[in-house]
Write a protein that binds this ligand. Sequence first.
Ligand SMILES: [Zn+2]
Length: 337
Amino acid sequence: MMKKTIGRVALSLALITGSVSLLFAWGTFGHQHINHAAVFALPTEMRTFFYNHIDFITEESTVPDLRKYTLNDKAENPRHYINIEGMETMPIDSLPKTMKDAMAKYDEKTLQKMGILPWYMQEIMEKLTKAFKEKRKTEILFLAADLGHYIGDANMPLHTALNHDGQLTDQKGIHSFFESQLPEYFGNGYNYHVTEAIYLENVTTASWDVIKHSNGLADSLLLIEKNLKATFSKEKIYKTDVDGKVLKNKFGQWTHSYEYATAYHKALNGMVEHQLRHAVQDVANFWFTAWVNAGKPDLDQLDPNELTASNRKRYKKEMKLYKQGKLFGFRIENEFN
Ligand SMILES: [Zn+2]
């Protein structure tokens, strides 16, 4: 019942604004896997503390979307995307680099409509750095988890594109197909092991690099599906009930058939896995950079030794799995069947 309401609110919101679709980005599956894996990509000095709170970091990864849909927080919406082609200034490099510059250039309404994702990432990054400096444990965890969400969104190509749900090319529904259904169907086979966190010399540049890379994939992601669709007979594209009616998930989104999902996933040639791994790497890099820029505070002293000791066994087991690219202990509430 609860979920149904959320779906309806989200749907009516989307209808009212007419532009922004159901921007869940990666769904619960993706966001939780991104934040969770990023903990293991941290250097040892950070990893113990983050591991002690890995359940929080994992669950909290979807809270920004809850603020948007469950709490109906209007200010939340534009933080999850940037509509690059919608900004009148092209190319990408000519866009304002920081929130300050963006606010000087665009009015509130434009920003609300076009989105503020890369600028907002930088803002949270500043706040996280400050929290590390002041050793405020709850703020560190809260901001790190939130930042993980937005970096995850930035790695979803359609969160940077004007044609964010294929609405301009007769591909409506591709947004959740790519970010939720595909990870739910195939994500358990992905490799989540990435390089240990790398220091980012320039956070502003780094946040734009994420967007640029992601935006560069949007067109091919759409084109691949368009070409594939042309080779499938219509009744094979979607899951249908006995009467041949297309099945919708709890958010009212059309469910693609397993056969079609498999074909699309294959045609994408690893793009979903690549972007999820990219997100894991980015999240670890940003967390690490905030910590270094804060003067590398000792995080282990923020937790009682007993907590660390009691986590040791599970930590060892999870670390071993992670090195093989696997994550441990997930039971995700799937959005698609
Ligand atoms: Zn989001």
